[in-house]
Design a protein around this ligand. Structure first.
Ligand SMILES: [Cu+2]
Length: 555
């Protein structure tokens, strides 16, 4: 793992970085993701306390929003295993459609000593009814409620968070996200769930490829905005925050002290002497750096995994080459987090729900292409990421026209953009054809042609990390052929050359998944630790698999 980090942190190490992360994944870790949330437009939320878990074994006393009654529904539709606890971090992702009037009733079930609480919906014009007057909005007193109402005027991703004593309440976990889906999507983006009649510009007819592989539909919509360049094939939401456990311990101690004063009552009486908190929030020394409320490796477990009752959302992006992947990125907490998506840059579509268009041609997007998508507390952005393998300068599927393996002899027919998109069902759909049949290594082993541009270090010597599958190639047979066949392998199941697999290269069976894993992580390397231990914190692995691997994001 250490060498993996060093390689990925090197600015000149693009090749090294990719090699270090070319991978297979243990199927047990192939968790699912998408952009899960609850549907409205009426939401009954709760604010209360609970303990969240961190990978160092700590249970951290926290406050969070949750559901005070069963939500209208869960989305995406195939995300059948959803639950909404009375407290979760982040709070429930509220999924609504542009033009809807959204109503959120908040009940304050925090310990009485925590005082009032509230929710701000920045970017919307919210009106509040009930509750008591607060500094920024109406608040729910202990045991009380307040109702917020706003029209979801524009699509996009936005943060919501406490507007009451935010230095403490946001730190304790009172934040979440709103996703507004566009009221109409451009025809060019296709229809949700449809796999027929789609234009090839989306991109290359991805829905057809998805259907050919038997994959389900995990999107909330086909476009993030009502704009032909905002179509997407797959989506994820990531919320970034950090915690200083000393603040949480201090809050817990004072909550318990107030309750003890109020004995035999279960909680203190609001307004009574001693029924208040005075928790210093400076100096601020966070030890936990979380994506969707979890630290690595917990963030790679499934959504709604039962061991995270109060942290239901994961961070585990997965995609096929060529898929336009929508990243909904939200800054929570109080620090900036420079999140780096290895494998490509992220084209920003919008910030805080504001689509960034060219001033001279509104048919064109004008958002920046970012190396790190740095979040600021309260700020959200939508961006598009994709991986195609273009620029690798080798055939990532290890095609070899001299092989006796049929999958090694697939063809590549470039479309107008240079990608193989004519046949949605082929394994090398969206291959970058200029690299077709181009081997990586000058003197490779296994069933891979010679004469390529570079020679890899001997896999037996190169410490690649836990995600390395022992092959720089993608696809099931590609891995097998590049690590060599045993003499006597059946004809057609393997290549022409019989070699012994280099040691350590078959720890992950290539028979299930043989893709690339790219580290996505904070570039503040302090933040890829959990309580000072590396690896942890704001780190996840993004997986790219060729089309034969069915990506299932049903939980
Ligand atoms: Cu990086």
């Amino acid at each position: 793992m250490n060498s993996l980090i060093m390689a990925t942190a090197s600015s000149k190490g693009r090749l090294l970085s990719l090699l270090a992360t070319a991978a297979t994944l243990l199927s047990a870790t192939a968790a699912k993701a998408a952009a899960p949330g609850i549907t409205g437009p009426t939401f009954n939320l709760n604010a209360t306390d609970a303990y969240i878990t961190q990978p160092d074994g700590q249970m951290v006393y926290s406050w969070g929003y949750g559901c005070s009654s069963a939500p209208t529904g869960f989305a995406p539709a195939l995300n059948a295993a959803g639950f909404c606890s009375t407290m979760q971090i982040p709070g429930p992702t509220l999924i609504v459609t542009q033009g809807q009037t959204v109503t959120v009733t908040l009940t304050n079930n925090l310990p009485a000593a925590a005082g009032n609480t509230s929710i701000l919906f920045p970017g919307f014009t919210a009106t509040a009814t009930g509750g008591v007057n607060g500094l920024l909005t109406k608040e729910a007193a202990p045991g009380g409620t307040v109702t917020y109402s706003f029209v979801a005027t524009t699509p996009g991703t936005r943060a919501y968070y406490s507007g009451t004593q935010a230095d403490l309440q946001v730190e304790m976990g009172l934040y979440g996200a709103v996703i507004v889906l566009p009221s109409s999507v451009p025809a060019v983006c296709g229809t949700l769930g449809s796999t027929t009649g789609l234009p090839t510009t989306n991109p290359g007819g991805n829905a057809k490829a998805r259907a050919a592989a038997g994959e389900g539909e995990f999107r909330l919509a086909t476009a993030a905005y009502s704009h032909p360049q905002a179509c997407y094939d797959r989506e994820y939401i990531f919320q970034f925050s950090e915690m200083d456990p000393n603040i949480h311990a201090q809050a817990l101690a004072q909550v318990n002290a107030a309750k003890a004063l109020a004995q035999p009552a279960k909680d203190c009486t609001p307004g009574a002497a001693g029924c208040s908190l005075n928790v210093p929030t400076e100096p601020y020394r966070p030890a936990y750096f979380m994506i969707n409320g979890r630290s690595m490796p917990d963030d790679m477990d499934p959504n709604y995994a039962p061991q995270y009752l109060h942290q239901p959302y994961n961070g585990n992006p997965h995609m096929h080459p060529g898929e336009l992947t929508l990243l909904r990125i939200v800054g929570q907490g109080r620090w900036q987090h420079p999140f780096h998506e290895h494998g490509n840059h992220v084209r920003v579509l919008a910030r805080d729900g504001n689509l960034i268009l060219s001033q001279t041609d509104s048919t064109k997007l004008a958002g920046p292409l970012l190396f790190t998508t740095t979040t600021t507390p309260g700020m959200a952005m939508d961006g598009i990421f994709y991986f195609t393998g273009k620029g690798l300068n080798w055939d990532m599927y290890a095609h070899n026209p001299a092989s006796n393996d049929g999958q090694a002899k697939l063809t590549c027919t470039p479309d107008a953009n240079g990608y193989n998109t004519a046949v949605p069902g082929v394994l090398n759909y969206f291959e970058w054809c200029q690299d077709h049949n181009k081997p990586l290594e000058v003197a490779p082993f296994g069933d891979v042609g010679g004469g390529g541009p570079a020679t890899l270090p001997d896999p037996a010597l190169f410490a690649n990390g836990a995600w390395y599958g022992g092959s720089p190639y993608m696809g099931p047979n590609a891995t097998t052929r590049a690590t060599g066949c045993s003499a006597g392998s059946a004809a057609g199941s393997c290549g022409t050359t019989g070699t012994t697999s280099p040691s350590g290269t078959i720890a992950n069976s290539p028979s299930t998944e043989a893709g690339y894993a790219f580290m996505w992580h904070s570039h503040n390397e302090r933040e890829i630790t959990t309580n000072n231990v590396f690896p942890g914190g704001m780190l996840m692995m993004m997986l790219v698999d060729s089309r034969e691997f069915v990506i299932d994001e049903s939980n």
